[in-house]
Structures are given as C-alpha cells and as structure tokens.
Design a protein around this ligand. Structure first.
Ligand code: GTP
Length: 240
C-alpha cells in the first residue's frame, strides 16, 4: 500500500539525494543500507555554517504516522506533500536557534515498516534524543508506543532524551487517541509530550526546541559531550 506513495513537490525533492552507502561501523554489520540525505532550505544551510551545538536525534514509530513529514516541515517551514516510504532511514540536517544558541540537529528518520525495525539500534547509537511518533487518528500506532520506548531503553542509552509526539493533530474530528491519556503516559515515563501537525506546522519546531532544552538541562555547563562544529554542510553531508 505504502509503496505507491510518491513525493509531489519538486523543490524539496531537489534537496534529496537517494544513494546507496556503505556506512561505517554500525551499519557495516548489516551490510549496505540505503538512505536519503536532505540538507533543507538555503536558510537552514546558512544557519548551520556557524558554530553550532550538534545533537543526534532519531525518529521511530509505526509506518505512515508522519515521521518524515515532521522533519520536512521543520526544515522547510511549510507543508510539503510527502508520499514516500522511508527505506532504512533518511538523514536530515535541521539548523535552529534555541535560546540564542545555534543548534544543528542531525536527524536519522527511520522507516516505520517492520522490516526496518532491526536497524533502529544502529541509528540510535550515541543519539542525544529519540522522537517516538504516533498518529492521533490511529489507536494502533499509540498502542505501539510503549514497545518503542521499552526497545529504546534496552539499547543502553539511558541519558538520551525521549519525546512522545502525537502527529496529525489537524485531523481533530478523527482523533481517537485521548490527549490526556497520552500525556499521562509521557509524564509517567519521563518523556516530553506534544501533539503536532506536519500539515499545519503546529508544534513541529517546538519538538526540537524542547529536546534541545532538555538535553541542555541534563548536561548543564560547557557542552562536554556535545560537539562544537564550524563546518559547512558540504563538509558534514552524509554522502561522503
Ligand atoms: N493530515 C495530516 N497528514 C499527515 C501529517 N503528517 C503526515 N501526513 C501524511 O501521512 C502520510 C505518511 O507520512 P510520512 O511522513 O511518510 O510518514 P512516515 O511515518 O515517515 O512513514 P514511513 O516512511 O512509512 O515510516 C503522508 O501521506 C503524509 O502527507 C499531518 O500532520 N496531518
């Protein structure tokens, strides 16, 4: 069903390179992975050339909940009709200023299909944060949230920040996942919680702002385990 989805907006497509890569270390153990690489708008590209704190983030969740659409909206500041199944993972770079500090998010947006789930630990390695996404109009995707949270916790990354995101919040009349129930789950498991819409953009950037603040709170003072970079995106692109 999902294989028929295709991207319809050409300007964003022009930022995407679909390439087979033999990734080093982690991915080498599973052979050759395929992923897309996107560096976003010119504004995003310019912002990321200055000194920035770099955070590695991954997205996980059921298929079609809107993981890629969230990343794409955050980077382009607009709704982009996205109809492409993520194969393996897509790499995005998002540059934002958070409380006066330039932050570069290196996002591994993982494919939600079951055949890609075994790859998640590889992308999660050394991640500063994970975004667990469900679709507010599909209870099955919320029921899968706890599986993702427990899986991520297994991967020995206890310091990572986790955010629970209920996407497609623009479809209010179709919402079946109760906001209070989702928030309660998030609070009792120490997760950031937001409902978003990749269509209208509501709360999309706020996810990343909340994550950056949470990481900073967990690691106060000089950024010891955070990397300060002064590189252009050409230098940091995933395609080398
Ligand atoms: N109405 C609405 N539709 C959305 C929203 N976010 C995504 N969609 C649509 O949902 C479908 C799936 O979006 P994707 O971003 O590809 O979902 P995904 O979670 O990355 O899917 P996989 O690659 O299969 O893991 C697309 O048709 C999107 O246009 C949203 O906030 N509101």
């Amino acid at each position: 069903m999902h294989d028929t989805r295709r991207m319809t907006q050409t300007d964003t497509k022009s930022h995407l390179l679909k390439i087979p890569v033999r990734t080093s270390q982690a991915a080498a153990s599973v052979g050759e992975l395929f992923f897309n690489c996107s560096t976003g708008t010119n504004q995003n590209r310019r912002a990321s050339t200055s000194m920035a704190v770099v955070y590695k983030v991954i997205t996980v969740g059921s298929p079609s909940v809107g993981k890629s659409s969230i990343c794409i909206h955050a980077m382009n500041n607009k709704n982009v009709e996205w109809n492409e199944v993520t194969v393996g993972a897509t790499f995005f770079v998002l540059a934002l200023e958070v409380d006066g500090v330039p932050v570069k998010f290196e996002i591994w947006d993982t494919g939600g299909q079951e055949r890609f789930q075994s790859l998640v630990p590889l992308y999660y390695r050394n991640a500063h944060a994970a975004i667990v996404v469900y679709n507010v109009t599909d209870k099955n995707t919320f029921d899968k949230v706890d599986y993702w949270v427990q899986e991520l916790r297994k991967y020995d990354n206890t310091n990572a920040v986790m955010a629970l995101v209920g996407n497609k919040a623009d479809l209010k009349s179709e919402q079946v996942v109760n906001t209070r129930e989702a928030r309660k789950y998030a609070e009792s498991n120490g997760l950031i919680f937001l409902e978003t819409s990749a269509k209208t953009g509501i709360n999309v950037k706020n996810i990343f702002i909340a994550i950056a603040r949470d990481i900073k709170n967990k690691t106060p003072g000089p950024p010891a385990d955070r990397v300060l970079q002064k590189k252009t995106l050409q230098q940091t692109s995933c395609c080398h």
